[in-house]
Ligand binder design. Structure first.
Ligand code: HEC
Ligand code: HEC
Length: 260
């Protein structure tokens, strides 16, 4: 599990939106008392320890916090602050208005290369409670700006994957390994059979470039230029990964409707 690294509070240069540190956004000691606080705490744990909590729903060797850094408390690290206020929203891929549960289900289908838990499960409700808690104070009901965590202006030419390969060896393989397979329990895989599948947002070069630019290398985030992050992402995305198969993934209840 990534618990040690995604706790994140001590990682330099990782201030979440508008606050000094991640613990100000999520302090387990400061949650509402009673069942709601317990549900929020469970949701946090599901996002950090997804494989352990939901082994039957996750095929990729990663937690939600592999991409939503420090459990979604870091600006430009897949932050969940304000996410609750963006739902329900129109979803072009589903071609319908989706709820937050539907969006979580998407990340299970694509990023986790798995299957979503039931919408009424304690884990799903906990994740919604946690994201609502992180979004407290952000007003809902108005058309909300889209998430811009990973937004960057891409260079005009295609990525230079030869340069990307060289930079990968220097800056990334220490943790994610030359094979791209990562180290189970510490560093998530970037490609291969245990990575996110072809339907995932991270398989989009623009999103990966933004993620890498602002969050990687994990021991020195912010040190790469956009061109560096773009070339490395281009190299990472030349490798194979699981292909999203709708028939396999959306097969039996309890599942979201077959819109995805
Ligand atoms: C491989 C990386 C990856 C993993 C793992 C992952 N996600 Fe995501 N997630 C993304 C990307 C990329 C986006 C799109 C962000 C954007 O467009 O700004 C996203 C978006 C989201 C959003 C919408 C955020 C918003 O404000 O609109 C939610 C909610 C979410 N993910 C939840 C989860 C949950 C819960 C899990 C674990 C079950 C998970 N994600 C696992 C990459 C990932
Ligand atoms: C010091 C170890 C370390 C280095 C070096 C590093 N990473 Fe990561 N990477 C991590 C960890 C740990 C995570 C999980 C998120 C977190 O805790 O910040 C992660 C997550 C990721 C993710 C999202 C999850 C996934 O598996 O797809 C991508 C993409 C990624 N890293 C790319 C890179 C790239 C590209 C480089 C080189 C520029 C790099 N990383 C260098 C440790 C590292």
């Amino acid at each position: 599990m990534l618990a040690a690294s995604v706790a994140g509070c001590s990682t330099p240069g990782r201030a979440p939106q508008g606050t000094a540190n991640a613990s100000a956004v999520f302090d387990p000691q400061a949650l509402p008392s009673g069942p709601l606080g317990a549900s929020i705490a469970l949701g946090h744990d599901v996002i950090v320890n997804t494989q352990r909590r939901l082994p039957r729903n996750v095929r990729a060797d990663m937690s939600c916090a592999a991409c939503h850094v420090a459990a979604g408390t870091v600006a430009r690290g897949g932050s969940f602050i304000g996410t609750y206020a963006r739902f329900p929203q129109w979803n072009p891929r589903a071609k319908r208005v989706i709820t937050l549960q539907d969006r979580l289900a998407e990340c299970f289908l694509y990023s986790m290369n798995g299957t979503p838990p039931a919408y009424t499960s304690a884990e799903m409700i906990g994740m919604v409670a946690y994201i609502a808690y992180l979004s407290r104070g952000v007003s809902s009901g108005a058309p909300q700006a889209k998430s811009d965590s990973f937004l960057v202006a891409l260079p005009p030419s295609p990525p230079n994957v030869v340069r990307g390969r060289m930079l990968y060896a220097q800056k990334c393989s220490l943790c994610h390994q030359a094979t791209g397979g990562g180290v189970h329990g510490s560093f998530p895989p970037l490609w291969g059979p245990r990575s996110f599948n072809t339907g995932a947002g991270m398989a989009n070069i623009a999103k990966m470039t933004g993620f890498v630019r602002y969050n990687m290398p994990q021991n020195a985030p912010g040190t790469l230029s956009i061109q560096d992050a773009y070339d490395i992402s281009g190299w990472v995305l030349t490798h194979s990964r699981p292909v999203f198969q709708k028939q396999r993934s959306i097969s039996q209840p309890p599942q979201p409707a077959g819109f995805f």
